[in-house]
Design a protein around this ligand. Structure first.
Ligand code: GLA
Length: 404
C-alpha cells in the first residue's frame, strides 16, 4: 500500500493540519491517538498466533472494535532469531504460519497489526533487536502487513544524540517501505523524546517507565502507578497534537492483579474505580489507548470502562489537545481539555482517601458562565450551571464532565 497523497484532493480546500512528523502533501498517520490492544502486560511471553487471533476475534465480539480500538499489537518475545542471511523470523513454535498469516487474519477482521523491536542489538527480553538491520527489518514488517511498530530502547547507549540517530534511521527505513506504519518510540522519557521524536518521523513516544497495575507507587522503574504517571505527563501538554502524541504507557484496566510483569507482587492491584480513573485521565490527556487485559474473558464492568463512547470521544477529539491540570489543591485536581467545537471536558480527580465534595467556579479555571453540563460516567444531564458546579467525587474517582 502506498502513502496516499492529499495534495490533489486538498488544493484550494481547507488546509490539512500537518503533524510535526509529516511533510506537506502527506496524510497524517495518527491524526488522533492510536487505540488498540497490546500483549505485554497480561501475557508477556505467552504471545502466539493463537492468542493474537483469539484477541482479534474478542476485539470484534466485545464491542471494542466498534468503540474505536483498531491495533492488535504483538509486544516482545515473538522472535525466533535471525537467519544466516540476516532475516528476522518469528518463533516457529508459537508462530508456525509466520507473522503475515496473523496480519492477514487481523486485517480480515477489519483491524490492524502492531509489532515490536528495539533500537539495539537485543530487545528488553533479550531477543534480536534491529540495530544495523533497520532496512531489512522494516522491509520484513511491511511485507508481513504490519501497521504499527513499537521500538524499545533496552541495551542502547544513554545519550540523547544516539537515541535520535537510531530512531531516525528506523523511521526512515519504515518510510522507504512505502507502507504507512505508525512508529512508536519507547525510550521511556530520559532523553525527552517529546522534543525530537515527531521531527524524526514518529507518531508517538513513551513519556515514562512501565506502568504497573497499582494506583500510587514510587517513581522508579518498578513501581510506577497511575498517579505517578499522570504527574509526569502533566507538564507535557504542549507537545501533543494531531499526528504526534505523548504516550504514558498502556491501560492496566481489568488486569485485576493478573499482569505477568505488570502486577507487582506484594502490591494491591487497582480497584475498578481506579481503572475508571485511568480511562478518564488517559482520554483527557489525549493518550494512546492500548488495553492489555484478556479481552476474551473481561467482565462487564471492565468492558463498560473500556468502551465508554462519550469518554473515548474526548480522547479522539480532532483538535487533539492534551488536558492541562488547571487546579491541584491538596487531594483534588481539575483537568481541563478544550475540544474542537468550542466545548470543554473536565476531569475532577480525588486522589484522597475519602470521598468529598468538589465545588468549582468556572472563573477558577478561566471559563466564562454559563455551561450545560453532562456527567459522562453517570450519563446524567446536570442542566445549565451558571457559576459553580458541585460534585461528590469518591476516593480515587475521576468525574468527567462535558461542558457545552
Ligand atoms: C520494556 C517496555 C515495555 C515492554 C517490555 C518488553 O520494558 O517499556 O512496554 O515492551 O520492554 O520487553
Amino acid at each position: 500500500m502506498q502513502r496516499r497523497s492529499f495534495v490533489a484532493s486538498c488544493a484550494g480546500a481547507a488546509a490539512v493540519t500537518l503533524g510535526r512528523g509529516a511533510s506537506a502533501g502527506e496524510e497524517l498517520l495518527a491524526p488522533t491517538p492510536p487505540m488498540g490492544w497490546m500483549s505485554w502486560n497480561q501475557f508477556g511471553p505467552e504471545v502466539s498466533d493463537h492468542l493474537l487471533r483469539e484477541m482479534a476475534d474478542a476485539m470484534v465480539a466485545s464491542g471494542m472494535k466498534a468503540a474505536g480500538y483498531t491495533y492488535v499489537c504483538i509486544d516482545d518475545l515473538w522472535q525466533g532469531g535471525r537467519d544466516r542471511a540476516g532475516n528476522l523470523y518469528p518463533d516457529p513454535k508459537r508462530f508456525p504460519a509466520g507473522i503475515k498469516a496473523v496480519a492477514d487474519y487481523v486485517h480480515g477482521r477489519g483491524l490492524k497489526l502492531g509489532i515490536y523491536t528495539d533500537a539495539a542489538e537485543k530487545t528488553c527480553a533479550e531477543q534480536p533487536g534491529s540495530l544495523g538491520y533497520e532496512d531489512r527489518d522494516a522491509a520484513a514488517f511491511a511485507s508481513w502487513g504490519v501497521d504499527y511498530l513499537k521500538c524499545d530502547y533496552c541495551f542502547a547507549p544513554e545519550d540523547q544524540e544516539t537515541a535520535i540517530a537510531r530512531y531516525r534511521t528506523m523511521a526512515q527505513a519504515l518510510r522507504r517501505t512505502g507502507r504507512p506504519i505508525v512508529f512508536a518510540v519507547c525510550e521511556w522519557g530520559p532523553r525527552e523524546p517529546w522534543t525530537w521524536a515527531a521531527r524524526i518521523g514518529a507518531q508517538l513516544w513513551r513519556t515514562t517507565w512501565d506502568v504497573r497495575d497499582i494506583w500510587e507507587g514510587e517513581y522508579n522503574d518498578d513501581h510506577l502507578g497511575i498517579t505517578n504517571i499522570i504527574d509526569r505527563q502533566a507538564d507535557l501538554a504542549d507537545y501533543a497534537g494531531p499526528g504526534h502524541w505523548n504516550d504514558p504507557d498502556m491501560l492496566v484496566i481489568g488486569l485485576h492483579g493478573k499482569g505477568t510483569y505488570t502486577s507487582p507482587k506484594g502490591w494491591p492491584p487497582c480497584r475498578d474505580v481506579e481503572y475508571r480513573s485511568q480511562m478518564s485521565l488517559w482520554c483527557l490527556m489525549a493518550s494512546p489507548l492500548h488495553a492489555t487485559c484478556d479481552l476474551r474473558t473481561m467482565d462487564g464492568l471492565t468492558r463498560e470502562i473500556l468502551t465508554n463512547r462519550d469518554v473515548i470521544a474526548l480522547n479522539q477529539d480532532p483538535l487533539g489537545r492534551q488536558a492541562r491540570r488547571a487546579i491541584k489543591d491538596r487531594h483534588v485536581e481539575v483537568w481541563k481539555k478544550p475540544l474542537a467545537d468550542g466545548r470543554f471536558a473536565l476531569g475532577l480527580l480525588n486522589r484522597g482517601p475519602q470521598a468529598g465534595e468538589v465545588r468549582l467556579k468556572w472563573t477558577d479555571i478561566a471559563l466564562k458562565p454559563a455551561w450545560r453540563v453532562r456527567d459522562l460516567w453517570t450519563k446524567e444531564d446536570l442542566g445549565t450551571v451558571r457559576d459553580t458546579i458541585t460534585r461528590r467525587v469518591g476516593s480515587h474517582e475521576t468525574c468527567v464532565l462535558l461542558l457545552s
